[in-house]
Design a protein around this ligand. Sequence first.
Ligand SMILES: Cc1ncc(COP(=O)(O)O)c(C=O)c1O
Length: 461
Amino acid sequence: MSPDTLKAWDQHHVWHPFTPMSEYADGDEAVVVERGEGVRLQDVDGNWYYDGVSSVWLNVHGHNVPALNEAITEQLGKVAHSTLLGQGNVPATRLAKRLADASPDGGLQHVFYSDSGATAVEIALKTAIQFWANHGREEKRQVMGFTHNYHGDTLGAMTVAPDETFHWPFLHLLPERPRAPYPYAYRCPFDTDTASGCRDAALEETGRLLDEHADRLAALIVEPVEGAGGMIPAPEGFLAGLRALCDEHDVLLIVDEVATGFGRTGPLFACDSEGVTPDLMCLGKGLTGGYLPVAATLATGDVYDAFLGERDNALYHGHSYTGNQLGCAVALRSLDLLEDLLPTLPDKIALIEERLAPLAEHPFVGDVRQRGFMCGLELVADRDTKARFPWKAQPGYAVSEAARDHGLLLRPIGSTVIFMPPLASTEEELHAMLDRLEAAFDDARPALRTLAEDALAGTVA
Ligand SMILES: Cc1ncc(COP(=O)(O)O)c(C=O)c1O
């Protein structure tokens, strides 16, 4: 099949996620990936690109990794999939034990599998609500989320993170409920200049909301780093503060580590860096090293025990591919590789920080944010006033399109350019990616200048 035919079929037949298809179908030629090798991907035209966002936050060890490939083929020679409804399988059992032991302080010993981050979140939400129902507290049936956090695109996940831009046709399905303020230090909603001041004010307001609504709240759900909301790390101490508030108010704490889990922030889980054990923890993305769709919701003994006893107490929830053997086998091998990889991360994180620092001087960069391998560079129309680009201007694409010309694949979110390389990238590969990122920011200056002028003149809505 010719590359041109494949690209034409891709643009016509594949309905891409989170993609305005008229622009995609009419736009520049798409990248249609044919193979991967290490931290690079090759398209059907033979061009090689660095995977600068880990294939949208999944990839840990690179692509086409012999040890991971082997884990899948070994398992394939035994069985690809059998149900987890009322029976077990070997890789899912071994992986559950491994996750339970690796969970923060070993405190989450029970593992409910699913197949995407959103389903891991749905399960956490339903578990939290039924936890209280099983205790005879049916009035505690709401879950409070944080402003601009993102938990996936299924209905329950949208309910705790409604977004007017993305969810406008569905807002009538999303009941009104309180939302707590996320400590976005660069644009702190409170009158303070410091990240710690912003954290404390956000905690205080969250406490006030809990005082008011705890009687109706089953749980609070939070991202340790606000990912899709613009790659915004919560200042250190925020998770620990939430843990204390939830304990005080008899509300479960759900930490969504779908993006942050498996070393992405440095330690295995973001919760580890604050010594926090949530009641429920959602995992996905990097769980299989970015190879196969396996997700998991981990629960404490207290939560799990509430589902024992009467038949009606059980959690009647499941998905066809729950506990898929191929996925669990590759997840186990990925965790083996992570043991050697984790100690190498601090040096690489420092390298990224050092290389990103000069970009803070770029005329259209307002804020450079980083937690581990999760980096976001927020573009602004005016650095002095922090004036935003309008949503429709999509300035991040000026940078990502330039990056593609330099052989680096990025996927921006609105005004934020995301850089999130695979954790296994060598220092040399990180330098190569950061050279390309820097070049892309340089090349994008004229386009950003035009967009900024339009934004400041109010000609883009
Ligand atoms: C924090 C967080 N939770 C949930 C999800 C949803 O995961 P999935 O796309 O696998 O459904 C994402 C995806 O980006 C995420 O970043």
